[in-house]
Design a protein around this ligand. Structure first.
Ligand SMILES: [Zn+2]
Length: 355
């Protein structure tokens, strides 16, 4: 895929501004793809918030852009903040492997060898009297590239932003916190915030502010810190909302949490960025992922949860998996496979996975 000058500089700008878990290795989205990048130095036309899908590839699964299902007494809605085609999965995934090895794995799974598509998917859970948004996408900073569509998707799905009572964050990378603010104002003005204690302490530490993660630490101080007054720092095991439990999943970032939802005898895991590519993360869970800050710990966490999900046959959501990012894990020898959800969740009551 060709990289325009403009695409590259914009990519770096995004990487700096968002510190995203995937920005660095990916060619930017649709605009770079269709070869219509603006000449260097010329400002791009202002994005039209009402129609951000216009820049996405015509065949991208952006309509309707949300998927809803019930889980016991809870209602779960997956919202597609956007899709981003680019180079990869190597070296973002399989950084410690060769391009050929990663390409061969893709080929064996009937996928392109050197280009892939990344997905970004916040989730809304209605549980008890709470409307809980888990992660927030890119926000306004991503709209030029067809991302940052969460607000539009919420509206499409009939969820008013001011009715969101809680915002829960898996971790504080830019593609998860970008949607917290809309301009200078909180995007979810009535929401209380939940952040893992270790995660918040890390990103507000001097170490994070001065190291290679300084760009992301800056994003945290712009997007998350303004909410400090209505933020609770969660610990592993805390029930942060009715039936929603924080689960330690460190490695991708120092304080990354997964969340387990329990309702009416059913269970669902929200895995955040523990599994970020539906082939590599399962079939080669030990391969290094560029944006895992502690690669060995992230791999161990990946194996631990893959084993748990496979053994307990519990469905899960992965923030970056193909829309609607919902499925199961099967053991396959020493590794695993991702099995997309088809109709099992339509069947009530559940045969397995109860609790
Ligand atoms: Zn991410």
């Amino acid at each position: 895929m060709m990289r325009q000058k403009n695409g590259l500089s914009r990519r770096n700008a995004l990487k700096f501004a968002l510190g995203t878990a995937a920005a660095g290795a990916l060619v930017t989205a649709a605009r770079a793809q269709d070869g219509q990048a603006a000449p260097a130095g010329q400002a791009a036309p202002a994005p039209a918030p009402a129609a951000p899908a216009a820049t996405a590839p015509a065949n991208a699964p952006v309509t309707p852009g949300w998927r809803r299902f019930r889980l016991g007494e809870a209602e779960v809605t997956v919202l597609l903040d956007g899709v981003r085609p680019g180079d990869g999965p190597f070296p973002t995934f399989g950084e410690d492997q060769s391009a050929e090895a990663v390409g061969a794995l893709m080929e064996a799974n009937l996928l392109p060898t050197s280009s892939f598509v990344n997905f970004f998917q916040p989730v809304v859970i209605r549980t008890g009297n709470e409307t809980v948004l888990v992660d927030t996408g890119f926000g306004a900073g991503g709209r030029e590239g067809g991302l940052g569509m969460l607000r539009q998707r919420l509206e499409d799905a009939g969820i008013a932003a001011d009715r969101v009572t809680m915002v829960v964050l898996t971790h504080l990378h830019g593609d998860h916190i970008g949607g917290l603010m809309e301009g200078d104002a909180p995007a979810f003005p009535n929401a209380h915030m939940i952040v893992g204690r270790q995660e918040y302490e890390f990103w507000t530490s001097d170490a994070a502010r001065s190291g290679p993660s300084a760009g992301n630490a800056e994003a945290v101080s712009a997007k998350v810190t303004p909410m400090e007054g209505r933020m609770t720092l969660a610990e592993d095991g805390d029930e942060v909302a009715p039936g929603l439990f924080a689960r330690e999943a460190f490695g991708h970032t120092p304080g990354h949490f997964a969340y387990e939802l329990r309702s009416g005898g059913r269970r669902l895991y929200l895995m955040g960025d523990v599994f970020s590519q539906f082939v590599v993360s399962f079939q080669e869970p030990d391969w290094h992922v560029r944006f895992d800050m502690d690669k060995e710990k992230a791999a161990a966490t990946r194996r631990r949860y893959a084993k748990l999900l496979a053994e307990e046959k519990v469905p899960f959501l992965g923030y970056h998996l193909p829309f609607p990012a919902l499925g199961y894990v099967q053991a396959d020898g020493e590794a695993f496979r991702f099995v997309p959800e088809t109709y099992a969740l339509l069947i009530d009551p559940p045969a397995t996975g109860g609790q």
